[in-house]
Write a protein that binds this ligand. Structure first.
Ligand code: IPM
Ligand code: MN
Length: 354
């Protein structure tokens, strides 16, 4: 019996999570596994109601989350209620750091029947995985101000790279590439020509660990060039491993070439503990309660979660159902409000296909 923590969060979070849960339920009935969900209401509304005092995600909740088999998250943040950055840091990043979710796995896959802005590119060209380091780099929150608010102000934000942190990320990417029969090339995306300390460590670690993986073809691309190739020749990429900030940036581009934020999902993974799965998109508060949000990214994230739990058949059935729903032509567009059907109807369609 799996115990799944559900954090719908803010805005459209609840609506898309509902559809993800609908598909998990259907897949569980079909393939036969048991699970229970535990609901948590952390997010803008609760924090605002608490007068924005204390922690948006208290340590007691983290202790509970640690005991779960997986966490399913909707979307966090509503700037109309809580200032920008507070919940990102206080909930999302806190979860990533405290639960040591050191891998952010972001598949970039164009399904048949989905439009990509890249002309002349199709599903056979756009199918790679980004392995983003998820606990260090520019996200570590190390830095400070000097003479803040004066003309002489200095602001410093440090990029923290530890050998251990880089190595476990790079190793994860090598293992993933090695064990995937459809992929053999691993590209390190960095900026080693300019970040001559931080990304020198990445290069050396990539090369050293790479010695243990002779079967994996190694490749290097600077981050600026990576964005160019993602548009010009996305078929060159099979697996990309990169630092936290670059992974954040290139996966928004990745989401666009795979059809938009409506379909982009991610897994925040601790291979030795509980992991968290979420759509990449934000909470889009203006669409809350309108039945307009696209739940496919949340459904994809649900599929990734089941795959991670070892429910391979269930995960495959969800992925296949998403593919069939999209190739059926019934979903007109992946953007919110343009799907030609509502959030719940998209969820119903995928559940039916499962
Ligand atoms: C993401 C988001 C987050 C990030 C924000 C909301 C903190 O953009 O998951 O990609 O920067 O990692
Ligand atoms: Mn992002």
């Amino acid at each position: 019996m799996y115990k799944i923590a559900v954090l719908p969060g803010d805005g459209i979070g609840q609506e898309v999570v509902n559809e993800g849960l609908k598909c998990i339920k259907t897949a569980a009935e079909k393939t036969g596994f048991d699970y229970e969900t535990v609901d948590y209401d952390f997010g803008a509304e609760r924090y605002a109601a608490e007068g924005m005092k204390g922690e948006p995600l208290p340590d007691s909740a983290l202790s509970e989350l640690r005991e779960m088999d997986a966490i399913f998250l909707g979307a966090i943040g509503d700037e109309r209620k809580v200032p920008r950055g507070v919940l990102e840091k206080g909930i999302l990043l806190k979860m990533r750091f405290s639960l040591d979710l050191y891998i952010n796995l972001r598949p970039i896959k164009l399904y048949h029947g989905v439009d990509t802005p890249l002309k002349d590119k199709g599903p056979e060209d756009i199918d790679f995985i980004v392995v983003r380091e998820n606990t260090e780099g520019l996200y570590a929150g190390v830095g400070g101000f000097l003479k803040k608010g004066t003309p002489d102000e200095v602001a410093i934000q440090e990029m923290v790279n530890t050998r251990k942190g880089v190595e476990r990320c790079v190793r994860y990417a090598y293992e993933l590439t090695k064990n995937d029969p459809d992929r053999k090339r691993l590209t390190l995306c960095d900026k080693a020509n300019v970040l001559t300390y931080a990304h020198d460590l990445w290069r050396r670690t990539f090369d050293e660990v790479g010695g243990e993986y002779p079967e994996v073809e190694k490749d290097y691309a600077y981050v600026d060039a990576t964005t160019m190739w993602m548009v010009k020749n996305p078929e060159w990429f099979e697996v990309i491993v990169t630092c936290n900030m670059f992974g954040d940036i290139i996966t928004d581009l990745g989401a666009m070439i795979q059809g938009g934020m409506g379909i982009a999902a991610s897994g925040n993974i601790n291979p030795h503990g509980v992991s968290m799965f979420e759509p990449i998109h934000g909470s889009a508060p203006k669409y809350k309660g309108t039945n307009k949000a696209n739940p496919l990214a949340a459904i994809c994230a649900a599929g990734m979660m089941l795959d991670h739990l070892g429910e391979k058949d269930a995960a495959k059935s969800i992925d296949k159902a998403i593919a069939e729903s999209l190739s059926s032509g019934k979903i007109k567009d992946l953007a919110a409000g343009k799907m030609g059907m509502g959030t719940t109807e998209v969820g119903d369609l995928v559940a039916e296909m499962i």
